[in-house]
Design a protein around this ligand. Structure first.
Ligand code: NAD
Length: 496
């Protein structure tokens, strides 16, 4: 039995300040991807139960929206401390249900905590603006008001961080909140909501509903849910965005990715190799900001190819809870076979397999979903692999003559989540920053994940919506603007 998770847990929902067992007859096993051990069961909650959560959140909204912002952030200060106190425990749960290493699990929690910290600034950030005397005796102001019940639907690859792109901002701005985490990884949020329960938040302000499509559709269709945040694969992001829009809801939907890095010959090759190695293979390539195509220019073709192949080959793959392990397994057996099959397609279409991670054997973890780091060279632009989000530890290498030819690879991609450049030239960096068609740009950075006070700015098929998660965008997203014009008489003609 694992340290942080007792096997046999039946995950409950947290609705209206109480833990309740779902009445659903459909339950899913939660499986440790490194050991294939079943560690819990999670319900595919029914639509009727989702409505109960929405009603609870709607009732709670009436008092919560009148609670002064200064009072609304007090539970967040408590939450920050509780998260700090439980980082190790939560990090272990993340590793056990998602597979990433303990260090990576703790790393994502730091990003979660950062969002809580930033949302504590709501009394300043939520302010509107005003102007006296827009006409004689008339004053005008813009005030921000919360929307009501809002919901977030989150993916399996960051069970601890991604819900925090939304939850702290939603409630600090005065909304009430429903979270539907990925049914593959419900245990991290189960523990987080146990901590939220200790913060003194009024009942119904935060709610946790576990499940799949039925829960998502119930949230999308209910008139009392005003806004939907989604993070996951592009086809589902498009679906959620369209259905939310058809139902008149505000939506921000983050989708999949295929991130390119350009390596110029003047880059510090040692640093570039180390950083790109972590970006491509960290979290077993299951990061939406993972670099998955490296475009080398000039002499970088050979120097980078040799150094990255050596670095990737030396990564220690295994159970993320074991000391010294640098890369864990993929999330499911289906992901493993999908990634292995894509490598096979790339090979058949002409790519050279420099490092082959298929058929990985990890001692004492024969049932885990392991694929070792894989590097494919000279991937033809026409290959299915060139356009497909692999979402695994696979780095494709392609070559370009110059920056313009390299940027053309990025232009062709339907995704625009992140693009990176490694160089020591300011002029090249400026051209890249100016022209690269992606929302998050890294210059000598491998995972250009915006800090909580900046928006997570995906473009193209990596994002559907106008206002991104995090930063000032989240204030825009979670509030309605109201403009008031007031006449209280002309001071000069009044006698007191
Ligand atoms: P996913 O699309 O399978 O699932 C995401 C969420 O959608 C889950 O909560 C799931 O229950 C729900 N869902 C799944 N099928 C659904 C359906 N048919 N109808 C309604 N809801 C449905 O994604 P995943 O495998 O959990 O996560 C990996 C994907 O997420 C990758 O594509 C990755 O690039 C993307 N991602 C993007 C970002 C970003 O910031 N753009 C961040 C993290 C992950």
């Amino acid at each position: 039995m694992s340290e942080a998770i007792a096997t046999g847990i039946r995950v409950q929902n947290y609705i209206n300040g109480r833990w309740v067992e779902s009445t659903s007859s459909e339950w899913r096993d939660v499986i440790n991807p490194a050991t294939a051990e079943t560690i819990a069961q999670t319900p595919l909650t029914t639509a009727v139960e989702v409505v109960a959560a929405i009603e609870a959140a709607d009732t709670a909204f009436r008092a919560w929206r009148c609670t002064p912002p200064e009072d609304r952030i007090q539970p967040l200060f408590k939450l920050k401390q509780l998260l700090e106190d439980h980082v190790d425990e939560l990090g272990r749960i993340i590793t056990q249900e998602n597979g990433k290493t303990f260090a990576e699990g703790k790393g994502e929690l730091r990003r979660a905590i950062e969002n809580v910290e930033v949302a504590c600034g709501i009394p300043m950030m939520m302010q509107g603006y005003n102007l006296e005397d827009v006409a004689r005796g008339l004053d005008e102001m813009m005030i921000r008001q919360p929307l009501g019940v809002v919901a977030a639907i989150t993916p399996s690859n960051f069970p601890g961080m991604i819900p925090f792109w939304f939850l702290p901002y939603a409630i600090a701005t005065g909304n009430t909140f429903i979270l539907k985490p990925s049914e593959r990884v419900p245990l991290t949020m189960k523990r987080v909501f146990e901590l939220l329960d200790q913060t003194g938040l009024p009942k119904g302000v935060v709610n946790l509903v576990n499940g799949g499509k039925v829960v998502v559709d119930a949230l999308l269709d209910h008139p009392k849910v005003r806004a939907i945040s989604f993070v996951g694969s592009t086809p589902i992001a498009k679906y959620v965005y369209a259905r939310a829009g058809a139902n008149g809801k505000r939506a921000q939907c983050q989708g999949g990715a295929k991130n390119h890095v350009i390596v110029l010959p003047d880059a510090d090759m040692k640093m570039a190799t180390q950083i790109i190695n972590d970006s491509a293979f960290g979290c077993a390539g299951q990061r939406c900001l993972a670099v998955s195509v490296a475009v080398t220019i000039g002499e970088a073709q050979k120097s980078f190819r040799d150094s990255i192949t050596e670095a990737a080959a030396s990564l220690r793959v295994g159970n993320g809870l074991e000391e010294g392990v640098q890369m864990g397994p993929l999330i499911t057996p289906e992901s493993k076979s999908r990634v292995e099959s894509l490598i096979g397609i790339g090979e058949r279409e002409g790519a050279k397999v420099l490092l082959d991670g298929r058929n990985a054997k990890i001692l004492k973890h024969e049932s885990g979903n392991f694929v070792k780091p894989t590097i494919l060279d000279e991937v033809p632009a026409s290959s299915e692999l060139a356009d497909t989000e692999i979402f695994g530890p696979v780095l494709s290498l392609v070559h370009a003559r110059d920056m313009n030819e390299a940027l053309a690879f990025l232009e062709r991609s339907k995704y625009g989540n992140q693009a990176s450049l490694f160089t020591s030239s300011g002029a090249a960096a400026r051209q890249f920053r100016y022209e690269a068609p992606a929302g998050n740009i890294g210059i000598n950075i491998g995972v250009a994940a915006p800090m909580a006070y900046f928006p997570f700015s995906g473009w193209k098929d990596s994002f559907f919506g106008d206002m991104h998660g995090q930063g000032r965008d989240s204030i825009e997203f979670y509030t309605d603007k109201k403009v008031v014009i007031e006449r209280w008489g002309d001071l000069h003609s009044r006698k007191f």
